[in-house]
Design a protein around this ligand. Structure first.
Ligand code: WT7
Length: 645
């Protein structure tokens, strides 16, 4: 197989140069991980008080950098200002309508201090929890950093989630503050946010305030006493106090944020990340993987509502002192060259996006990128799912002009930072492989018993050693944390992914082994969509599987049995799609709904999803919208009794 080594020019200026240098660093980390991470933590982060112990490991619970005091907001802002980098651009913002803001580190520091003062004066303090539900505008990272400054644990809810999903998260977290906006812009239309907040808060009595940023200027209801305009609170600040809002000195294990992610049951899990370890790995991977240098203009196209945006738009780039692009809207608005246009105008040098976005843009033809000068690019990145070789080749040739290495970065919400990826100046790429684990990350491929399968054999991907940015627990449910991640292979972290390692030690991640789907790089649980569907009065039972999809990787396909009655199937399909949109969010709507008389089950009554997957995958799949009872019975008997499916 062809490998793609970096050019000599790229290697010359890289942080880690050549495979030997990577191996040396990897071996050094492996020999004494605690020492390795401790030295980096001392060197790469600013501490109010030095830590005394690197790692306390009581499997599966880890504490990193005990005894120290630190603040993530301080590390992302104050230390750069103090080091003479105040004039450097922190954020290049482009709104979808075309509005722009260039925000220096000094200005970002000022804005974060002001907003932290605002919420402090409302009485919020370290240990409180805030839900953030905002469009991709500078006030989103500002809100995160203001919370982090005070030690308020934030939980960003992606704007595509519905009021129901928002409510579930606010309740699980017992949040007392919500930060939102009237709306944001997407494909030229306003995406309203405040309405969903109002609806969700009907059942969240502990939320005392909703702070609302005015983005679109549309008319929205404000609840007296509870809802407050961001700009009005800001204007009321006492001039002297406002910008002097010192960062709280926090324990490195202080909860920085909780992000809800889909698991194998209907209820999303609150993945908890803490301060010191998370920040360290977010920072290090900016250097190792994105090879960041002071003159780079870096752009990650993810939404801050997902972990990629937390680690690679907010905490990683800002802690590393990068200039980072923030774009509010859609890649196809007003035309299919919005990404290429932004890259050209802002001279982006590092561009990090998803295979889904790449595939969607390939479809529009090469004329769109070819109209633009993309010569500022020097490194490309991919995340969210395995990148198929055709998409890789297009990205490499048409966008990178065969000059730019591609880093295929494997990681998860739970890992906090990139785990497997080439260091671009050191590790030659193979299209479709995330290549080699980063220093300090010990991975393995094992069978159901936890025994290593060796090279070239498929198995479960596990991580054998704790790492600083690892998930600390499932919020409010340590038992689920243990069972979900640490019980399959005792002592090791179970990723839920299948993988294979080749003879060069390269990892090929093959996809999920559990009931988690990956739709456009978003994680969706089959069970979560099923439980949404069965809430509908017409639905008796539902089973959801992922169906291969050319652009989004997978698409949601639902098999539904109906309660007795006369149903208009066409109308009901529409209604159920809307219904899932309401229960979870528009992005979770099934692309396909098939009505069936029965679902294939094991003797003990478990739905055999594997069979349904076969139906949606096979070319000779049943046509029409009705899959009959006979089909299901035949299929079920064919499968005999796979209770473990
Ligand atoms: C799952 C994690 C943190 C990244 C954004 C998604 C899949 C992610 C890759 C990749 C193959 C990948 C895995 C993983 N995945 N990146 N480069 N190659 N698979 O975070 O929502 O927590 O999803 O995304 O299946 O387990 P997430």
């Amino acid at each position: 197989m062809t490998t793609y080594p970096p050019s000599d020019d790229f290697v010359k200026r890289a942080h880690v140069q050549g495979l030997e240098a990577y191996r040396a660093l990897y071996e050094q980390a492996k020999a004494d991980p605690e020492k390795f991470w401790s030295e980096l933590a001392q060197k790469e982060l600013s501490w109010f008080k030095p830590f005394t112990k690197g790692l306390e490991w009581n499997p599966p619970f880890a504490k990193w950098f005990t005894g120290g005091k630190i603040n993530a907001s301080y590390n992302c802002l104050d230390r750069h200002v103090a080091a003479g980098r105040s004039a450097k651009t922190a954020i290049v913002f482009e709104g979808e309508p075309g509005d722009q803001r260039i925000i220096s580190y000094q200005e970002l520091h000022r804005l974060v201090c002001r907003f932290a003062s605002v919420i402090k004066q409302l009485g919020y303090k370290a240990g409180d929890r805030a839900i953030i539900y905002m469009p991709m505008i500078p006030e989103l990272p500002i809100a995160l950093l203001a919370c982090a400054r005070l030690g308020i644990t934030h939980s960003v809810v992606f704007g595509g989630f519905s009021a129901e999903a928002l409510k579930a998260r606010a309740q699980d977290l017992d949040a007392t503050l919500v930060i939102t906006a009237d709306g944001g812009w997407r494909r030229g239309k306003e995406v309203a946010l405040k309405g969903a907040v109002d609806e969700s808060l009907e059942e969240c009595p502990n939320v005392r305030n909703v702070v609302v940023y005015k983005r679109t200027g549309s008319d929205i209801p404000m609840t007296a006493g509870r809802d407050l305009w961001w700009h009005e609170l800001d204007q009321k600040l006492n001039a002297q106090e406002a910008e002097n809002c010192p960062a709280e000195e926090l324990d490195p294990e202080h909860p920085l944020f909780v992000l809800y992610t889909s698991g194998t049951t209907g209820k999303p899990k609150g993945i908890l990340h803490t301060t010191g370890g998370y920040l360290l790995q977010a920072t290090m991977t900016m250097k190792w993987v994105f090879d960041l240098s002071p003159e780079d203009v870096y752009w990650c196209t993810a939404d801050i509502g997902w972990v990629t945006g937390h680690s690679y738009i907010v905490y990683g780039p800002l802690s590393a002192g990068a200039t980072s692009v923030l774009y509010e809207g859609s890649p196809d608005f007003p035309a299919f060259d919005r990404f290429w246009d932004i890259i050209e105008r802002h001279k982006v040098s590092i561009f990090y996006t998803s295979p889904t976005a790449i595939r969607a843009l390939i479809r529009q033809g090469d004329d769109w990128p070819n109209k633009h000068d993309l010569s500022s690019l020097r490194l490309l990145g991919s995340v969210g799912e395995p990148i198929n070789p055709a998409a890789w080749q297009w990205f490499y040739k048409v966008i990178g002009k065969e000059r730019c290495p591609i880093v295929d970065t494997w990681w998860q919400t739970e890992t906090g930072a990139i785990m497997i990826s080439p260091m671009p100046g050191a590790v030659p790429a193979k299209p479709g492989s995330a290549t080699l684990p980063l220093p300090g990350i010990i991975v393995e491929v094992v069978d159901t018993k936890g025994i290593e399968v060796g090279n070239n054999r498929e198995g479960y991907l596990i991580i054998k050693q704790p790492w600083p940015s690892m998930v600390r627990t499932v919020w409010g449910d340590p038992k689920r944390f243990e069972e979900q991640y640490w019980s399959r292979v005792p002592g090791s972290y179970f990723t839920g992914d299948a993988a294979r390692r080749d003879d060069d030690g390269y990892y090929w991640v093959l996809g999920r082994v559990d009931d988690v789907m990956n739709v456009s790089g978003h994680r969706l649980s089959t069970m979560e969509i099923e439980s949404a569907l069965v809430h509908h009065p017409a639905v008796a039972e539902a089973a959801v599987v992922g169906k291969p999809h050319e652009i989004s990787g997978q698409a949601v396909c639902a098999f539904v049995t109906l309660k007795k009655g006369e149903w208009d199937h066409k109308a009901l399909q529409q209604e159920l799609r809307q219904f899932v949109g309401h229960e979870i969010g528009p992005f979770a709507r099934p692309e396909e709904i098939r009505f069936t008389d029965a679902l294939p089950k094991t003797r003990s009554g478990k739905i055999i999803r594997r069979l349904l997957r076969e139906i949606v995958t096979s070319k000779g799949a049943p046509v029409g919208d009705i899959t009959t009872l006979e089909d299901m019975t035949v299929l079920a008997s064919l499968s005999s009794q796979h209770d473990d499916d």
